[in-house]
Design a binder for this molecule. Structure first.
Ligand code: PLP
Length: 364
């Protein structure tokens, strides 16, 4: 039997509330054929639209965040298409590599991992030189705890008449403002296991009319293809058996956020993040993002205390019932993360986590 930690603080998958888990304990009918499933899908789409602040169609797919990231690239790009990838972390650089792997010609605008976008001129120069079909960007870089500004990227997209703006909002949606229509995002990519606090089994994308046109032209046919979702509801035909349980869980999760009020959810995340960071700094730990960067309200990245090192620090936290996140890529072993998102954006939970960290540091 795996260990169950009483104080979960990983930045995804986050703790799943009983109300959401209950959606998996129902015996549903056959999602392919029953109108009741279509009602649920339509209702969930309407709720997700509110989270995305969009009137665009939202495709709800089975498979977690990466499925949306891949599916949107493969559905919109053909070999030789040009992409400008704004990259400030593991996911930003990763998306650039993914686009390259499917034959796109990618110009990366690199930003240090501990920074967020400030050099708009570099992005503008890339767009002017390159005239891409797509700009890719990541709103919250979960591995480094940063939140990139998106509004100005939307303005540049319009100015340079770039057909598609692709933005990963997997770990910000619901915890920080995401304004798909206002910011001009054509493909806004979300996942179930972050702020929504569901298991890692679903993804959802807000897709603009311009993106649907391109999806039709590209006509990509794979399992992760977006094309069938343009007409799935009208035709009552999905490309595979839809995940009734996962969709029901997303519906409960989105409802919880909307019932709380989106602004209240943003405020709760901001308050918890501030509290978390203040206490960490008071304990003598240093935050990973540079002072000039915008830290994300959903996740805090912290430099690993040198006197312990990551494996020992992690072991001591787990021994006291706290599980935090390590990090990836160049941040492996150097940065640890507290995911105060969704069900874990909770002052009491975060305060108990910080008590344990404080205790471990005192006895180091
Ligand atoms: N994008 C970001 C910013 C993420 O943090 C993650 C997961 O950590 C993903 C995409 C991929 O989501 P998933 O792991 O659910 O496939």
């Amino acid at each position: 039997m795996m260990e169950s930690y009483p104080i979960p603080m990983t930045p995804g998958p986050v703790m799943v509330p009983p109300e959401i888990l209950a959606a998996y304990q129902v015996n549903y009918g056959s999602a392919d054929t029953e109108p009741e499933f279509l009602d649920l899908y339509n209702q969930t789409e309407a709720e997700l639209r509110q989270l995305f602040a969009t009137s665009n169609r939202v495709a709800i797919q089975t498979g977690e965040g990466m499925l949306a990231l891949w599916g949107a690239l493969k559905s919109c790009l053909k070999p030789g298409d040009r992409v400008v990838a704004v990259a400030s972390g593991v996911f930003g650089f990763g998306i650039a590599e993914m686009a390259e792997s499917i034959g796109a010609v990618v110009k990366v605008v690199p930003i240090p991992y501990n920074q967020t976008i400030t050099d708009w001129q570099a992005i503008e120069a890339a767009l002017a030189d390159y005239r891409p079909k797509m700009i890719t960007a990541v709103h919250c870089e979960t591995p480094s705890g940063t939140l990139n500004p998106m509004e100005q990227l939307g303005q540049l997209k319009r100015e340079y008449e770039v057909p598609l703006l692709y933005v990963d909002v997997v770990s910000s949606l619901g915890g920080a403002p995401v304004k798909v229509d206002e910011w001009g995002i054509d493909l806004a990519l979300g996942g179930s296991q972050k702020v929504l606090s569901c298991p890692p089994d679903m993804s959802f994308l807000a897709v603009s009319d311009a993106a649907w046109e391109i999806i039709e032209q590209v006509n990509y046919p794979g399992y992760d293809a977006l094309k069938p979702f343009r007409t799935a509801q009208e035709a009552a035909a999905f490309p595979y058996t839809p995940n009734w349980h996962g969709t029901a869980a997303l519906h409960v999760a989105a409802r919880r956020i909307l019932d709380e009020g989106l602004e209240n959810s943003f405020q709760r995340h901001a308050v918890v993040a501030d509290y978390c960071r203040e206490r960490l700094v008071r304990m003598g730990l240093s935050l990973y993002p540079a002072r000039s960067a915008v830290a994300s309200p959903t996740v805090t990245a912290v430099n690993v205390p040198e006197q312990l090192g990551w494996p020992e620090f992690d072991r001591r936290l787990r021994a006291r019932g706290l599980v935090v996140g390590g990090s990836y890529g160049p941040l492996t072993g150097k940065v640890f993360r507290l995911g105060h998102m969704g069900s874990q954006a909770d002052l009491d939970l975060v305060s108990r986590a910080l008590d344990i960290i404080e205790d471990v540091l005192k006895t180091a």
